[in-house]
Design a protein around this ligand. Structure first.
Ligand SMILES: [Zn+2]
Length: 94
């Protein structure tokens, strides 16, 4: 475990806290988005903060066989997406 962590450059989400907020996860919308920040891919579930056209959202990818399962939160103002991002990393939202 420690060997893996030492090789990780991106953050990991913390364990869910008791007051964890449940996010709304929807199907992926089409279109080009810019991935701004992301969590470490050593975990089965990877989160990305994506932006497009002045809006932002969180994309969740569960790495699974045969295909990854991808969902997104509703698109909204970047400020809201960053708040969700911080909560995700802290274990306060999932
Ligand atoms: Zn990692």
């Amino acid at each position: 475990m420690n060997d893996v962590l030492e090789a990780c450059l991106s953050p990991h989400v913390a364990a869910m806290r008791r007051d964890c907020r449940r996010l709304e996860w929807n199907v992926v919308r089409s279109g080009r988005v810019r991935v701004v920040v992301w969590t470490c891919s050593c975990r089965a579930t990877v989160y990305e903060l994506c932006a497009s056209g002045g809006r932002a959202f969180i994309r969740r990818t569960v790495q699974a066989e045969p295909v990854a399962v991808i969902c997104e939160t509703p698109w909204g103002p970047p400020r809201e997406a960053w708040e969700i991002w911080a909560a995700l990393l802290a274990g306060r939202a999932r």
